[in-house]
Design a protein around this ligand. Structure first.
Ligand code: FAD
Ligand code: FES
Length: 254
């Protein structure tokens, strides 16, 4: 069940030129139960930024929750500048997370800061005996974050557009992708829309179940303002904040 709570920052670590990892714990009481793929609405105390900012739950260990915050504007810059001991007000968990079934192996494909929710997903899959492989892409080595944490959970394959780390190219061009697709039985993806659409195309061609996490612009985060709507394959508009952000690709008009 969602809760409004104050989180105290325990660790603030710059993990890329424009991205900070925040580890936090509730000031009072336990952390509510959260699923991989759910998100938090974090309050940014900057003048004019009265709306909370949606940020994916990156990881949970015990009562510690972490987020990756990419600095793009006022709100995210404020959040990324929080230091140990600072308090951030949060509403969480929000939305529907990823579905974890009874598959035996899964490929988790992420790009940019879209890699964030895949760490907790990998952890939860592994806890259920499902082998996660991460396929992570970025523009260059400096855009790939927290790789050691992903490596602790599963195998990590990397692509960069400039070839500075892993294989040169896009995630969908990785040389191991074909062999992975022939053995795994579930795909998950989060990142830039063109990347997710390419992953969805591959999943359809191979008949592999696939879920994608959308990052439509949001305001309220709770289904009240309709600013995050996405028209789905059923022809109806759905709120990404409450009906998503994770959708089965068969429900999307992709
Ligand atoms: C479900 C969900 C999960 C997200 N998870 C993360 C995460 O884990 N880490 C992270 O760093 N960011 C995440 N985002 C994106 C993050 O919410 C936005 O980057 C942030 O709200 C921008 O706020 P701002 O005040 O810094 O920027 P603003 O001043 O509001 O905007 C600055 C720029 O960012 C763009 N922008 C604003 N919102 C979004 C958005 N939702 N997606 C893409 N571009 C946007 C604007 O168009 C503008 O160009 C997520 C978004 C959603 C919807
Ligand atoms: S963000 Fe307000 S309805 Fe989704």
């Amino acid at each position: 069940m969602k809760k409004v709570l104050d989180l105290r920052i325990i660790l603030s670590e710059r993990v890329a030129a424009n991205c900070v990892k925040l580890v936090a714990a509730p000031v009072e009481g336990p952390l509510p139960e959260c699923k991989a793929g759910q998100f938090a609405q974090l309050r940014a105390d900057v003048p004019g930024a009265f709306l909370r900012r949606p940020i994916s739950i990156h990881d949970i260990e015990g009562d510690r929750i972490s987020f990756l915050v990419q600095e793009v504007g006022e709100g995210s810059r404020w959040l990324a500048s929080r230091q140990e001991g600072d308090i951030v007000n949060a509403v969480l968990p929000l939305g529907h997370g990823f579905t974890i079934g009874d598959e035996h192996s899964a490929l988790l494909v992420g790009g940019g800061v879209g890699v964030a929710p895949l760490l907790l997903l990998g952890r939860r899959l592994k806890a259920k005996g499902i082998k996660p492989t991460f396929l992570l892409g970025g523009r260059s080595a400096g855009n790939l974050m927290c790789l050691d944490a992903y490596r602790e959970v599963g195998e990590v394959l990397i692509t960069t557009e400039d070839g500075s780390l892993g294989e040169r190219g896009f995630v969908t061009q990785h040389s191991s992708l074909n062999s992975k697709l022939s053995t795994l039985n579930c795909l998950y993806t989060c990142g830039p829309t063109p990347m997710m659409k390419a992953v969805a195309r591959l999943a359809r061609e191979r008949g592999i179940p696939c879920e994608a996490s959308l990052e439509n612009h949001m305001a309220c985060g709770v289904g009240a303002c309709l600013c995050c709507v996405e028209q789905l394959a059923d022809g109806h508009n759905h709120c990404v904040c409450t009906d998503g952000p994770v959708f089965n690709i068969n429900d999307l008009k992709w």
